[in-house]
Ligand binder design. Structure first.
Ligand code: GLY
Ligand code: MN
Ligand code: MN
Length: 470
């Protein structure tokens, strides 16, 4: 047999991403690699704690969309380049309705068939060791990505029927389009988003874990601050200190970390994080750990990197804290969600009026047609938080804003003041100072519990905390 005969046919362009892997091939090799493997562990796992809650959520969906077949895709691995992919994150709706977290098998599909009152997860079955997929497919092969659970194991874990993904096409072919609902259907997406407003006890427990892991991340940053100050990319030192805890304690970040030193703090979603950190700077760190169940925190602290706020920094800090405290003071069941922001805006408007930055009264500025104070805080004060950092975002806008606070809701309180370095409307000493204080709160029967209270909030507490950890 000549060398030419052994050469595989030229692959189509679309399949050429993995030349570097030099995968072996051929029937002789397949026979060899297929043989002599010990039996796998097919024992069944215990039912996931979240499984009964997920089942109850599916029942709500089934009730709402009676007569329909609801298909919720977990989503595919997202390509980064050629045959390398980003870390997998299933769609939050799929996670919410299955309770399957970070270990979800990509491309899984939840089917809620209300016609027959069945609920099934279709997932890619384990491939036998005699398949090419097993050793030669870097996208899904278990030699490449690790073992996949069996259908029976997933069924036991999630307490739901499971079927092989290969059967889904036939099932789908038997359905009329008019009876199928997917995440392209707005009414479904809206409903799934709105049913996440109030968290159940297990979700609250997961949120506590996410916050606790994030607190560790902030502490890690404080401990390593001496490495960041003076470093030509000090913001990256901060970002990676936090990230280490995100991966060690959780699954990932809930969103890209904002590590903003000096005037970068005035860029609301500064994620480049390639700046230096200088003695005397404030560092605005907005970061959250997403735990294995995929719930995330979203916390911000603005800290003086040398341990002490300057007089000007502290003035701005105290004003932001006053706005946050005012929101904390009114947040309780029965209050409309939109009142949280209105309260923060009241304090911000009063502050900038008192400091002489607006020439009209705070009352005038607060009128919808004026809003001059918003120059220094253009973002909202609160958003729901859960599986997504901006949770429930597909809810109807009026419902999101008008709903009254209800025990079990979790949201942020995050006022800020940002004086851009080139803002000629404020005194030079304030230019380049940006402060945000962001906490994650749970609505209780009587008010709110600050889930992120383990991190210091007042200027004095922040300074003490830095002294202790540095
Ligand atoms: N981290 C983005 C936000 O605070 O909403
Ligand atoms: Mn944030
Ligand atoms: Mn936020």
């Amino acid at each position: 047999m000549s060398n030419e005969d052994q050469k595989p046919a030229e692959a189509p362009i679309a399949e050429r991403g993995s030349y570097r892997s030099h995968r072996p091939h051929g029937p002789k090799f397949l026979a060899y690699i297929s043989a002599n493997w010990a039996d796998r562990d097919n024992s069944l796992p215990a039912r996931a704690e979240m499984a009964p809650m997920a089942k109850a959520r599916r029942a709500l969906v089934a009730d709402k969309f009676a007569g329909k077949v609801v298909l919720i895709h977990s989503g595919a691995m997202k390509q980064r380049s050629n045959d390398t992919e980003y870390r997998y994150r299933p769609h939050a709706a799929f996670t919410h309705l299955t309770g399957w977290g970070s270990v979800t098998v990509p491309d899984s599909v939840l089917v809620i068939d209300t016609r027959h009152s069945t609920q099934t997860v279709y997932l890619r079955e384990t491939a036998g060791r005699d398949s090419e997929e097993f050793y030669a497919n870097s996208a899904i092969g278990e030699f490449w990505l690790g073992p996949r659970p069996t259908l029976a194991q997933v069924s036991a874990l999630l307490d739901i029927d499971t079927k092989a993904l290969g059967e889904l096409d036939d099932f789908r072919a038997g359905l009329h389009d008019s009876e199928v609902l997917t995440l392209e259907n707005e009414e479904l997406v809206e409903f799934l988003s709105e049913m996440r407003f109030v968290k159940d006890a297990l979700e609250i427990a997961e949120m506590r874990k996410a916050v606790a892991a994030s607190v560790k991340g902030f502490e890690e940053v404080a401990k390593n601050l001496h490495l960041a100050v003076g470093h030509h990319r000090g913001e990256r030192v901060v970002e990676t200190s936090f990230f280490s805890q995100a991966r060690i304690e959780g699954y990932d970040l809930g969103y890209e970390t904002i590590a903003a030193a000096g005037h970068h703090a005035c860029i609301l979603h500064w994620m480049v994080n390639d700046g230096p950190i200088k003695d005397g700077d404030l560092l605005l760190l907005d970061a959250g750990v997403e735990v294995d169940s995929l719930y995330t925190a979203d916390i911000t602290r603005t800290i003086p990197v040398n341990g002490k706020y300057t007089e000007a920094q502290r003035r701005v800090y105290d004003a932001v804290l006053k706005a946050a405290d005012a929101v904390f003071a009114i947040a309780k069941p029965g209050l409309a969600f939109r009142e949280l922001h209105a309260e923060a805006m009241r304090v911000i408007a009063e502050t900038v009026a008192e400091w002489g930055f607006i020439k009209i009264s705070p009352e005038e500025s607060l009128k919808p047609e004026n809003q001059l104070h918003r120059r220094w805080m253009v973002h909202g004060t609160s958003h729901h938080l859960g599986l997504d950092v901006h949770d429930c975002a597909q809810a109807k806008r009026d419902l999101y804003l008008d709903q009254v606070l209800t025990p079990g809701m979790i949201f942020t309180i995050e006022p800020g003041l940002y004086f851009q370095p080139d803002d000629l409307m404020v005194p030079a000493e304030l230019r380049g100072i940006g402060v945000r204080i962001e906490d994650n709160v749970l609505v209780t029967e009587t008010g709110v519990e600050n889930l992120s209270a383990a991190l210091p909030r007042t200027a004095v507490e922040v300074e003490k905390w830095l002294a202790k950890l540095s």
